[in-house]
Design a protein around this ligand. Structure first.
Ligand code: NAD
Ligand SMILES: O=C(O)C(=O)C[C@@H](O)[C@H](O)[C@H](O)COP(=O)(O)O
Ligand code: ZN
Length: 362
């Protein structure tokens, strides 16, 4: 097992990455304020892993409340969030009860938000079971639900007490979901870590074959990158926005297509290609770099262009992006592989051109 830290002073927390960790309740016990845990998961993950985790906690004499949500991005909403509150109240959970998210980013984001709100804040733990959640969403404390007009529009910054990543859970993950997670892995290479991007170019096949050592390395290097950014700028007043590479376009794709149609990681990959295209148009990267990025996404099984969404619809949806300042769009753009900036340099016509260049009707 490898342990990383998110060094946020008195709110610092560990990220344990290893195999067979679901059975190790001794890793969870030091973080419980009370011997009561409410595990939030969904209908897909519950039959796979809930019993193992619950049993290991119960063996350690911890009371376990199980909350099983419907599965899907379309359920990352108020109604589903309320299901969590209903059970917490029915089962007399208290301020010192710990909420534990067992699942992918959807479960993690909703559980974190529920923890931030319930009785004005109760402790929570992330046990991520998708690659995307293990490399990105479980770390950093962004929690949220979606609104029909925009992704993650209602939420809070609220850090977990612990991230427990059992890489064995990836053995049951569908191929498409593994690829979606790789989009956020590649993101770290693109925004700030050229050696990691080069490592990914060399070792991608090992990741696609789910070689445990390769997965562990990719997860650790991703989490280290994310933790460094979060520690430098927890509430996204500057550098943290770089983690949003591809997301301005990606979130417009997710909302525009209807939540759940296009996976988050797929939308991020397509959105990153549009951002790279915009960077090319501004003369910040060359076509050889654009091709290199496209090649890696393609090899990872990810889309390299957007869906059939009208350009004007992109522009309208992107107005809700959280990076908008004084009504002006700001994008994360590339000045090279491993070097990203937040910029408002792109004129709207340039943005239209970039979207069209990466759209099926172009
Ligand atoms: N908070 C953040 O910093 C952050 C970062 C990135 C993404 N996100 C959010 O995360 C969400 C995407 O997360 P995701 O890609 O994990 O999607 P997800 O949570 O929908 O999980 C993907 C699918 O895999 C299933 N699943 C989970 N673990 C499994 C396993 N081990 N075996 C088999 N199936 C399994 C899920 O039930 C689901 O059907 C989006 O809502 C996105 O906005 C948040
Ligand atoms: O942690 C961050 O910061 C990120 O931006 C990570 C993203 O991968 C993630 O999708 C996040 O939820 C997007 O946040 P948002 O603020 O643009 O909704
Ligand atoms: Zn993301």
């Amino acid at each position: 097992m490898e342990t990383l830290s998110v060094a946020l002073g008195h709110r610092a927390y560990p990220i344990h990455v290893g195999r067979a960790l679901l059975d190790k309740s001794e890793l969870l016990l030091p973080f419980l304020r009370q011997r009561k845990v409410a595990i939030v998961t969904n209908t897909t993950v519950a039959p796979l892993y809930l019993e193992r985790l619950s049993d290991s906690l119960r063996r350690a004499r911890v009371e376990v409340v199980e909350i099983i949500l419907p599965d899907g991005e379309q359920f990352k909403d108020w109604q589903t969030l309320n299901l969590i509150f209903d059970v917490l109240l029915q089962r007399r959970c208290e301020r010192s009860t710990t909420l534990l998210a067992l699942g992918g980013g959807v479960v993690g984001d909703m559980t974190g938000f529920a923890a931030a709100c319930f009785q004005r804040g109760i402790p929570f733990i992330q046990v991520p079971t998708t690659l995307l959640a293990q490399v990105d969403s479980s770390v950093g404390g962004k929690t949220a639900i979606n609104h029909p007009l925009g992704k993650n529009m209602i939420g809070a910054f609220y850090q977990p007490k612990l991230v427990l990543t059992d890489t064995d859970t990836l053995t049951t993950l569908p191929d498409r979901e593994l690829s979606a997670g790789l989009a956020e892995v590649i993101k770290y290479g693109l925004i700030r870590d050229l050696p990691f991007f080069e490592w990914l170019e060399e070792h991608l096949e090992r990741l696609l074959l789910r070689e445990p050592a390769a997965l562990a390395e990719a997860i650790s290097r991703s989490c280290r990158n994310k933790a460094e950014v979060v520690v430098a700028d927890e509430h996204e007043s500057g550098e943290r926005a770089l983690l949003n590479l591809g997301h301005t376009f990606g979130h417009a794709i997710e909302t525009g297509m209807g939540y759940g149609e296009c996976l988050h990681g797929e939308a991020v990959a397509a959105g990153t290609m549009i951002a790279a295209q915009l960077s090319l148009q501004l003369g910040w990267i060359g076509s050889s770099e654009l091709d290199r990025i496209e090649r890696l996404f393609r090899r990872a099984g990810l889309p390299v262009s957007g869906p059939a969404l009208e350009v004007e619809r992109y522009l309208a949806l992107m107005q809700h992006d959280k990076k908008v300042r004084d009504g002006k769009l700001r994008f994360v753009l590339l000045q090279g592989i491993g070097q990203a900036v937040v910029s408002d340099a792109a004129a709207q016509d340039e943005v239209r051109t970039a979207i069209l260049a990466r759209s099926p009707h172009a």
